[in-house]
Design a protein around this ligand. Sequence first.
Ligand SMILES: [Zn+2]
Length: 306
Amino acid sequence: MIQLIKCNLLCLTLLLLISCGSQKKIIVDTKIIRDTVYISNTNPKYHFITEANLPGYVISKENFPSVAFNERVKFLVLHYTVSDYPISVKILAKKGEVSSHYLITDQPNDTIDILVSEDKRAWHAGVSAWNGTENLNDTSIGIEIVNKGYIKVKDSLIFTPFPSYQIEKVAALSKNIIDRYEIDPVNVVGHSDIAPLRKQDPGPLFPWKELYTQYGIGAWYEEYDKEYFLSQYIPDTYPYSSPLEFQKALQKYGYKLNLSGEWDKNTFLTVRAFQWHFRPEKADGIVDAETWAILQALIKKYRSKK
Ligand SMILES: [Zn+2]
C-alpha cells in the first residue's frame, strides 16, 4: 500500500514536471472510476438453471454450485437495424438468416422484444473479433436497435439520431445484462468495433459517452488522462504516431487489424470505427493528436497491467 502511494505521488510529480516543461495547462482531476461492473468470478448469479429431468432419479443440488466455472457470455454487442420495426422483425425473426437476442423498437412505449433466449446463440455478429476472441456470436448477447442507419451524400454518411426514450430502453436492458453476466466494460462494443471493415452500426450518433456517464455502461477514458497525452504533442504536427505504433495500440485495445505499417484502407476503416465510438465529432479515419491521446488514455485505464 505504501509503495502504491509513493508511486502515485511520483506519477503526480512527473505529471507536473512534464506539464511545466511543455508550457501546457494540465487539468489534474480527481480520479473518478464510474465503471460499475465488478468482475468477481466467484459470485454466481443464477437466473435459471438448465438441468436434466430424469424420472426415477434425484438430481441433487447438495454440491451445487461448483466454484470452478465462469459465464459463457462475455460480450454485449449493440447494433442498429437499418430498417423500420416491421421490416426489422421480418428480417430478425422470420427469414432465418440473422437474429439477435433483443430488439428495441423506435416507439415510445415500454416494450422490448426478445427474439432468441439468452442461453442460445443468436446470429448477429457474423465474422467478428475483439481482443483476441473471434466469432462473437458464441460468447455474446446481441441487441438490435430500430434505426434507419445512414444515407450517403457525396462522400459523407448522414446518420439517423436515436430518440432519448429509445436510449433509455437500451440503457436499462444493457445494464441488466451486464450486471447478470458481469461483462467487462471494454467488452461492451458496437458491431463496427468487432467488424470494422464491413459494419457501420451503431454509428457516430449512438451516445456511448452518455451511456457511460449516466448509467455506468461500457468503457470511457478519463479526461485528465487524455489531457496528459495531448500535452505530449506539439500542435499541428503530423503524424502523431507512426502507422505501426497506432495499429499496435488499436490492437492492444481490442480491434483486430493487420500490422501493415501503412495508413492503408483497412487502418482507415478501423480508425473510423474507433472514432465513431470514442470521438464521434471527428470521425474521418484520420489520426490526429486527440484521437491518439484518447486511444492511449483508454489503454492506460483498461489495458495496462496493474
Ligand atoms: Zn449490426
